[in-house]
Design a binder for this molecule. Structure first.
Ligand SMILES: Nc1ncnc2c1ncn2[C@@H]1O[C@H](COP(=O)(O)OP(=O)(O)O)[C@@H](O)[C@H]1O
Ligand SMILES: [Mg+2]
Length: 253
């Protein structure tokens, strides 16, 4: 029986680097041979695929209406059809697959896509070593149970006092949702060398990722950030993070 994948959700305020860190983390898991990885883009402003250099043809959001309006092929029930379409929405790439949640449609309700995701992930899950979920700024997906309870919640934050306050707030929400504190970690991103070390009290960051001109350059050139040179500081820091996470995953099993 295959091992259950280790699920990592990335949260944090918009613009703190969730997508950047998610894509570098996926890249790192591939580099250390922890494949396959399932990448889940759960941010309605979906751009994880760009960071990974793949194209999304269909999102779960766009499947939503169709599954209820379109004629289901004879000999198939709705569940089978949904499963089939989910497989079609899954982008397969080297070392990882990606699925995008897309935007909530109509009333702005995610519920249907959420049920689908839960159901389909349940089916797919066991094939993967790691699942990396790039979430939106809120804790929406965790509070609705869309992504289930992640094995690890990484809160990406800027390395300042304000970032720390946000971390404390998100951590509290996550704990109210039943996540054990030891699963919740802070990742400091865009750390500028020469700045005073941040005092973070008892919460030791699991990673400190430097501000990296290569990340900026990739952004400006619109090239996939996951493909920045292997010796660039951000990529090295995230590789270390991946190795730490691998140990967590081994300890769990
Ligand atoms: N370590 C870093 N060094 C330099 N720029 C970064 C770094 N991390 C993120 N950025 C930049 O910050 C911006 C926001 O990052 P992004 O990953 O899109 O954040 P989020 O997904 O949290 O909204 C992007 O322009 C990205 O290139
Ligand atoms: Mg993002």
């Amino acid at each position: 029986m295959p091992k259950r994948p280790f699920t990592i959700a990335l949260s944090g305020k918009g613009g703190t680097g969730k997508t950047t860190v998610s894509s570098l983390l996926i890249r790192s898991f591939i580099d250390i041979g922890e494949t396959p990885v399932l990448a889940v883009d759960a941010d309605p402003n979906a751009n994880l695929h760009e960071a990974l250099g793949v194209t999304v043809v269909e999102t779960l959001g766009s499947m939503r209406e169709e599954a209820f309006t379109r004629h289901i092929p004879p000999g198939m029930n709705r569940q089978d059809y949904i499963r089939l379409r989910f497989r079609q929405a899954l982008v397969e790439a080297h070392g990882f697959d990606l699925v995008a949640m897309g935007r909530p449609e109509g009333s702005g309700c995610y519920c249907f896509a959420n049920d689908l995701l839960t159901e389909c992930m349940f089916q797919l899950e066991r094939e993967y070593r790691f699942i990396v979920i790039d979430t939106e700024a809120g804790m929406e997906h965790i509070s609705r149970g869309t992504i289930g309870k992640p094995d690890m919640l990484l809160i990406v934050s800027d390395p300042g006092a304000r970032g720390l306050r946000t971390f404390a707030r998100i951590k509290e929400i996550a704990m109210q949702l039943g996540l054990e504190p030891e699963r919740i970690h802070i990742v400091f991103n865009r750390f500028k060398s020469g700045t005073a070390p941040v005092d973070i009290g008892k919460d030791i960051p699991i990673a400190i990722i430097p501000d990296d001109s290569q990340v900026e350059a990739a952004d400006l050139a619109a090239t996939p950030v996951s493909q920045i040179p292997a010796d660039s500081p951000a990529r090295i820091a995230v590789l270390n993070l991946a190795q730490k996470i691998r140990i967590f995953a081994q300890e769990r099993s």
